[in-house]
Design a protein around this ligand. Structure first.
Ligand code: SF4
Length: 189
């Protein structure tokens, strides 16, 4: 809902159903490694801004994780600026929009990187094991993974959405924030 802020205390819960794979991955990596590389941070910060996480809350969220492995000064000097920048509060003050699927899918992603669309970046074995760990049945895992291996990443994402929400989509997923809003609508109905 526009105008309502999303507390960071809700992110673990929201990430399970209302985050698409690309953002759930960023969330899990941040939580488990207490770090997220530059492009992953950018992708995830802009998404969080889009769902209604306030700047101060986003800063606190990243600070709490990052300072588990680095001191506060290093975080403030090296990372806080970027987060403020993503919110349009530093530098050119340009308002950055959350990335669309097309933009995320087209990004170059190296083997150690944490950004991108997992339907594209994960190899079939890793994708299937992730989907299984998220509770999909073997049949649904196969169905979703087949779209992905054929290069139909967004169709894979649509099908994943349908399976975990037990519903039918009447529009294709084009944007992670659209995914979030559709999920919240389905769950609220
Ligand atoms: Fe994210 Fe879009 Fe890929 Fe779905 S298709 S995982 S929303 S980039």
């Amino acid at each position: 809902d526009k105008g309502e802020s999303v507390p960071i205390e809700c992110l673990d819960q929201l990430s399970i159903k209302s985050f698409p794979l690309c953002m759930r991955s960023c969330h899990e990596i941040l939580r488990s490694k207490h770090h997220l590389k530059h492009f992953g941070r950018l992708q995830y910060t802009l998404f969080l801004k889009g769902i209604g996480v306030l700047l101060e809350d986003a800063l606190r969220f990243f600070r709490e994780e990052f300072t588990k492995t680095m001191d506060l000064e290093r975080f403030e000097k090296g990372y806080a600026y970027n987060i403020r920048h993503s919110y349009g509060k530093e530098g050119s003050m340009v308002k950055y929009s959350p990335f669309s699927c097309m933009k995320i899918i087209m990004q170059a992603v190296g083997p150690q990187d944490t950004h991108g669309c997992p339907f594209k970046t994960l190899d079939p074995v890793a994708l299937k094991s992730k989907l299984t760990s998220y509770g999909l049945s073997p049949m649904h895992v196969q169905e979703v993974a087949t779209f992905a291996t054929k290069g139909h990443y967004q169709l894979a994402c649509d099908r994943y959405f349908e399976v975990i929400h037990d519903t039918k989509l009447d529009q294709g997923i084009q944007h992670p924030n659209q995914y979030f809003e559709l999920s919240q609508a389905v769950m609220g109905s």
